[in-house]
Design a protein. Structure first.
Length: 219
């Protein structure tokens, strides 16, 4: 019989060692670490302990991620509450950005709206944006995270755009409108703060809330 046939036979007859305890007593398996022979039952116990240890590590990792997500959700709620409490429409963009930076400890941030009502045209957040960034924002269907490769938004955040090594950009639009009416950007000198591989679930929620809040500034 081949090894595969033996393994198949034992899997199909799990009571084999119960019926033949003398065979079980004679089976010796090398210890995985020191090479000494151990009984089959002891080796099975080792395998089970390793599986339990692996499951415990996975559970601890899941709990850690759950706690981190809870903390992020709390920050999003606090940020959204600040938006709801701001009654001055002209101050809403500044409140939105400042509270976002404070809640999430982001070094840099900027907000630019290019489709606003005439009474807001003189605000710093309503200054003209380049055609390229306007087209880029409208082409984005989800928040972008990654390295700064010369994005105009980096220049909105710092006098030295090169100091922004990574950034997140969120296009502001109402519902399913194809054209964005602004862009929210966050930046960091840490090249790993906003990675292209990172999840954007919470950024998408922030993006949606920011778009809804700022839509009142449109004509």
């Amino acid at each position: 019989m081949t090894h595969e046939e033996v393994a198949q036979f034992l899997s199909q007859h799990p009571d084999f060692f119960v019926r033949h305890p003398d065979v079980l007593a004679s089976v010796a398996i090398p210890h995985p670490q020191d090479g000494h022979a151990v009984s089959l039952v002891e080796r099975q116990s080792m395998v089970l302990r390793e599986r339990i240890k692996s499951l415990e590590l996975r559970l601890a990792d899941m709990l850690r991620h759950g706690e981190e997500n809870d903390a992020i959700a709390d920050r999003v709620v606090h940020w959204a509450r600040a938006l709801l409490m701001q009654t001055d429409a002209a101050q809403l963009p500044r409140t939105l950005l400042d509270e976002l930076i404070r809640q999430f400890s982001v070094p840099f941030g900027a907000l630019r709206l290019w489709d606003v009502a005439p009474e807001f045209a003189g605000q710093d957040w309503a200054q003209p944006a380049g055609d390229d960034i306007v087209r880029l924002a409208s082409s984005m269907q989800a928040p972008f995270c990654g390295s700064n490769v010369g994005f105009e938004a980096a220049g909105w955040m710092a006098t030295d755009p090169a100091s922004i090594r990574s950034l997140a950009m969120m296009p502001l639009r109402v519902g399913g409108e194809p054209r964005a009416f602004g862009l929210l950007a966050l930046g960091s000198p840490d090249p790993d703060r906003f990675q292209i591989t990172m999840g954007t679930a919470f950024l998408s929620r922030i993006n949606e809330l920011a778009s809804a809040a700022l839509a009142r500034l449109r004509p």
